[in-house]
Design a protein around this ligand. Sequence first.
Ligand code: DX5
Ligand code: ZN
Length: 217
Amino acid sequence: MNCLSPSILSADFARLGEQIKLLDSAGAEYVHIDVMDGAFVPSITYGFPIIQAIRPLTERMFDVHLMIEEPSRYIDEFAEAGADIITVHAEACKHLDSTIDAIKAKGLLAAVALNPATPISSIEYVLPKLDMVLVMTVNPGFGGQKLIPYTIQKVRDLKAMIDRRNLKVDIEVDGGIHLGNVEQVMEAGANIIVAGSAVFRGDVEENVQAFLNILHS
Ligand code: DX5
Ligand code: ZN
């Protein structure tokens, strides 16, 4: 199934609650929450208290993208704060296999993110355990960047790798996705679409609807 996962990194933080409710009523299936630690990526964003505070506002899936070093230290806390999907970066985990196990042990969906330059072979052996792979289509750390063109081929290669092995793993794309290129990433094999600035710039409801029209056509 195709799902839209608006990234609240581009939301108006002074009206965060309202904006989450707006995403929900407009029909976005997921809420993409970018957690940054100032070490794995330069920026620092938000953590458990914010996730906890917005959790009662919607029943939509909380798609928590951890851009933090050694996320294994905090899996329990993110689970308790209300995450439904936890995505860790392959580059940030010393022990990726056991980190995935820790997420699954909490009863959550487990995903691994790959920076643009990280090859898909780095998840070859853990792929059957995963619910989703996040292909970063920009370098992580900031919203509003341009999609790096070669990452589309990477999505194609990953899709082929998943299909060849008869697995059911979602492919999420994150960074620089807008109404003009979303069909291209979907054609390549992505089915979970993150969009930050393309959702929050202008009329949020209209933007969500425009994405959903494409995703569900
Ligand atoms: C970037 C984050 C993204 C970001 C996407 O590091 O992982 O989720 O919010 O923003 P846009 O859609 O504006 O590129
Ligand atoms: Zn993200």
